[in-house]
Design a protein around this ligand. Structure first.
Ligand SMILES: O=P(O)(O)OC[C@H]1O[C@H](OP(=O)(O)OP(=O)(O)O)[C@H](O)[C@@H]1O
Ligand SMILES: Nc1ncnc2[nH]cnc12
Length: 172
């Protein structure tokens, strides 16, 4: 996977090393293997699916989360940046490595008791993932796991996830 993720220095702001996954997405074998590996986070040791929904965060989390949901034969829930969803919603402000934003989810997208897997490309500060956990909790769902392609170990994002187990295909 490493050769298919390109480091872009000082993007989107000075000091950030941006992890560009577009070469990985453009490579069928790399993309396919990544989806299968991320989907394993939604199964137990015997291979049984243990989640009811997969959530992906706009925008790169959509690209990865939707095929993971299909692989697990669950529904997919888009968690969007503010102002994009048309019906009653839950909202959560957060900070990420290079800014601040608000994430929103339709209020009825997760039902009480739903077991949820969160999927994204990068875990950096963990702000995005933690905010999504808050949205799921507000809906009455249970985050049973998170799965990312890459974890930026120096930013300790995992610490913001509490007891939620996070599967990283690579810690860099
Ligand atoms: O752990 P954090 O510090 O919160 O950073 C991780 C988040 O940042 C990126 O999303 P971004 O908001 O840049 O959106 P994009 O997918 O639309 O580019 C990435 O896809 C994660 O969602
Ligand atoms: N360094 C980084 N590269 C790509 N996406 C990110 N999201 C937060 N930090 C990031």
């Amino acid at each position: 996977m490493h050769r298919l993720v390109k480091d872009v220095h000082d993007y989107p702001e000075p000091g950030v090393v941006f992890k560009d996954i577009t070469p990985l997405l453009a490579d069928h074998d790399g993309f396919h293997a990544s989806i299968l590996a991320l989907a394993d986070a939604g199964r137990d040791a015997s291979g049984e699916v243990v989640v009811d929904k997969v959530l992906g965060m706009e925008a790169r989390g959509f690209i990865l989360g939707a095929p993971v949901a299909l692989n697990l034969e669950t529904g997919f829930v888009p968690v969007r940046k503010a102002g994009k969803l048309p019906r009653a919603l839950l909202a959560q402000a957060y900070s990420l490595e290079y800014g601040e934003a608000t994430l929103e989810m339709h209020a009825d997208a997760v039902s009480p008791g739903d077991r949820v897997l969160l999927v994204d490309d990068v875990l950096a500060t963990g702000g995005t993932m933690a905010a999504t956990c808050r949205l799921v909790e507000a809906a009455g769902g249970v985050v049973v796991g998170a799965a990312v392609l890459m974890e930026l170990g120096s930013l300790s994002g995992r610490d913001s996830l509490g007891d939620v187990p996070c599967t990283s295909l690579a810690v860099i």
